[in-house]
Design a protein around this ligand. Structure first.
Ligand SMILES: [Mn+2]
Length: 388
C-alpha cells in the first residue's frame, strides 16, 4: 500500500496525513468509510458466539438488577429470551479470531503495524443500548455495521477522572460533550486514547470496534525486567571496588547511585534483549489455549503440501519479524526464533500470507532452514492446515 494514496477508509486522507494529524491526537468521522457496507455477521450469530466457552462476552443492562448491570458470558440460550425490549448491549471480544470475514476487515488497516492491533470487538445494542460515557486507553475505529448509533465525544480523561461507583464498569461521572454524530452502516469514527465517548443505539444496532493495544509504561518495565533477570546470574551484583572511605557511614552517597545507574543502563540498554522481549510480548496470543500445534515430521509436512494441503495462520496466533545484524528474528505467538538472513522473504510471506501452499512455498521447501521453520510453526500451532 502506498502511504500517499488517498484512502476512502480515511475520508480521502492518505495514511501519512491521517497519522500526522489524527492518530493518537483527535477524532475523525468518516462517512461511508466502507461504502455499501454489509455486516459480515448479524445479531443472532453474535449471540450464538457469546454461548461459546472460549469467547469473551459481556452484557450491559442500563436498568438491570442494578443500574448498569454487567453480566459476563458464556451465556445460555434463554439469556437472550429474557432481556428487556431496550437499553442493553451485548459485547463480544476478538470476533476476528472466530469469523474470517470479520478478520478481513483488518486488511484495511495495514498502514498500521499489525502488532498494534488488539482485536475486533463486535457489539449489538437494542434501542437505547449503551455502555455509558467512558474512556479507553487505546485507539479505536468504530465502524457502524447495522442500524444507527449516536456517538457523543467529550473531554480527554485520565486516571484522575471521576467515575461512578460501579465495581465492573468504568463510567464517567462527568461528560463534557464537544461533538456528536449519528453513524449509519459503513460510517466510521476514529477515537484517540483517553477521549470520553458515549454511544447510544438509535435502533437495533451492530458496531465493530477495531481496537489497538499499547503496553503501559508499568507493563514495559515489569515485564522487561522480569525477562532480563532470567539472564542475570546471582553473582552479578552491586559492586563498589575502589570505593573511598566514607565520612558518615549512615549517608547514602551519590557515588552509590551512579554505580546503580550504571548497572541499570548496562542491562536496560541491551537492544537485542529489548527487541526479543518486545516481539515476544507483543505477539503473545489473547487465547494461548487456541494456539496448539500438532506433532508432525518434516516429511509428513512435505507430503501433505505435495498433496495440495494449504497452511494458514492460526487466527488466534500473532506473528511479527525483525532484523538483528545479518540475522532475522521471527516472533510467533510469544516465542522468538533467530533465523539466517536469507529467509527474509519467507518470513514476510508467513506473516502476510493468507495461504501457504506448494506453489508459493516451493523454493523454501528445498531450503533446510526454511522447511524446519515451517514445520516448527505447525508444531507450535501458529500455522495450521486449512479445512481441518
Ligand atoms: Mn469505548
Amino acid at each position: 500500500m502506498n502511504s500517499d494514496t488517498p484512502l476512502q477508509l480515511l475520508g480521502g486522507l492518505t495514511a501519512r496525513e491521517f497519522l500526522r494529524d489524527y492518530w493518537q491526537k483527535k477524532p475523525l468521522l468518516v462517512r461511508q468509510a466502507f461504502p455499501d457496507f454489509e455486516s459480515p455477521i448479524d445479531a443472532d450469530e453474535l449471540a450464538g458466539l457469546s454461548l461459546e466457552d472460549e469467547v469473551e462476552a459481556r452484557l450491559v443492562l442500563e436498568h438491570g438488577e442494578r443500574p448498569w448491570e454487567l453480566r459476563r458470558g458464556p451465556f445460555a440460550e434463554d439469556t437472550f429470551a429474557n432481556l428487556p425490549e431496550r437499553d442493553w448491549t451485548l459485547l463480544v471480544q476478538a470476533v476476528d479470531q472466530f469469523v474470517p470475514e470479520v478478520a478481513e476487515l483488518l486488511e484495511h488497516f495495514r498502514f498500521l503495524p499489525s502488532w498494534r492491533i488488539d482485536d475486533v470487538m463486535v457489539s449489538f445494542a437494542a434501542p437505547g443500548g449503551s455502555v455509558g460515557p467512558h474512556f479507553d486507553n487505546y485507539d479505536v475505529f468504530l465502524l457502524q455495521g447495522h442500524g444507527k448509533r449516536n456517538w457523543k465525544v467529550g473531554q480527554m480523561c485520565d486516571s484522575d477522572s471521576a467515575l461512578l461507583e460501579h465495581a465492573d464498569l468504568r463510567i464517567l461521572a462527568d461528560f463534557e460533550q464537544s461533538d456528536q454524530w449519528t453513524l449509519e452502516p459503513g460510517d466510521m469514527l476514529y477515537l484517540p486514547p483517553r477521549m470520553a465517548h458515549y454511544g447510544v443505539a438509535e435502533d437495533d444496532c451492530l458496531t465493530y470496534s477495531v481496537g489497538f493495544r499499547a503496553p503501559s509504561a508499568a507493563e514495559v518495565l515489569t515485564h522487561f525486567t522480569d525477562f532480563l533477570s532470567q539472564f542475570l546470574p546471582d553473582e552479578e551484583r552491586y559492586t563498589d571496588a575502589d570505593a573511598q572511605p566514607v565520612s558518615d557511614p549512615h549517608q547514602i552517597q551519590h557515588e552509590a547511585l551512579d554505580r546503580l545507574k550504571g548497572l541499570l543502563a548496562e542491562h536496560m540498554g541491551d537492544e537485542r534483549l529489548l527487541l526479543t522481549w518486545f516481539g515476544q510480548f507483543m505477539t503473545e496470543p489473547r487465547y494461548p489455549e487456541l494456539v496448539s500445534g500438532e506433532a508432525l515430521t518434516e516429511a509428513e509436512l512435505l507430503d501433505s503440501l505435495e498433496n495440495g494441503a494449504i497452511l494458514i495462520r492460526n487466527p488466534s496466533a500473532r506473528l511479527a519479524w525483525s532484523e538483528v545484524d545479518d540475522n532475522l528474528l521471527l516472533f510467533a505467538s510469544g516465542q522468538s526464533r533467530l533465523l539466517p538472513g536469507h529467509l527474509r522473504e519467507l518470513l514476510k510471506l508467513i506473516c502476510a500470507a493468507d495461504a501457504l501452499h506448494i506453489e508459493n512455498l516451493a523454493q523454501w521447501l528445498n531450503d533446510e532452514d526454511g522447511l524446519m521453520l515451517i514445520s516448527q510453526l505447525v508444531q507450535q500451532g501458529s500455522l495450521g492446515f486449512a479445512n481441518e
